[in-house]
Design a protein around this ligand. Structure first.
Ligand code: NI
Length: 172
């Protein structure tokens, strides 16, 4: 088990979470190592999804593990949502970059996703339920977006003091 990691989590307030991550041109050893490290950090933090920007690496790479929910464990490079269902639902989300913050977010129930698997094969699939939810959340990270962006102003204001505290985690 990997206990030491090269990168560490960045938190809300860190600019990298607001940048558009770059496409991966080649799945090099560096990208393979990055994916391994992302899985290690996500598992250590007991998350179900993680994007590379969340550990300070501005590349379009995400990992997901929802085996506890009878779902898959997967890494996806350059992921894109290519179609959304009209049907939406609300579900409570959290984020390792926003520790302690939980809020209901409304998103499409099912989506179509394209990307590249770690074995360099292009993949295209439909996802629904929790998998669609986590994919959308992580792909948003690749585009500089956070789940709190979807909240109504009053709700985000309620989170203000919590958000201020989280920003300080970046400087520790
Ligand atoms: Ni997140």
């Amino acid at each position: 088990m990997i206990t030491d990691t090269q990168h560490s989590l960045v938190y809300y307030g860190n600019n990298i979470l607001r940048t558009t991550a770059q496409e991966v041109v080649q799945i090099s050893q560096m990208v393979q190592d990055l994916v391994d490290e992302m899985f290690a950090i996500m598992h250590r933090e007991q998350g179900i999804g993680l994007a590379a920007v969340q550990i300070g690496v501005p590349l379009q790479v995400i990992v997901i593990d929802i085996r506890s929910n009878k779902g898959p464990m997967m890494a996806l490079i350059n992921p894109k949502v290519t179609a959304f269902s009209e049907e939406k639902d609300a579900y409570e989300e959290g984020c390792l970059s926003l520790p302690g913050v939980m809020a209901d977010v409304i998103r499409p129930v099912s989506i179509q996703v394209e990307g590249i698997a770690i074995n360099e094969k292009p993949v295209k699939f439909e996802a629904s339920g929790l998998l669609a939810r986590v994919l959308q959340h992580e792909i948003d990270h690749c585009n500089g977006k956070l789940f709190i962006d979807y909240l109504e102003d009053y709700k985000r204001k309620e989170l203000n003091s919590q958000l201020k505290k989280i920003k300080k985690l970046n400087r520790e």
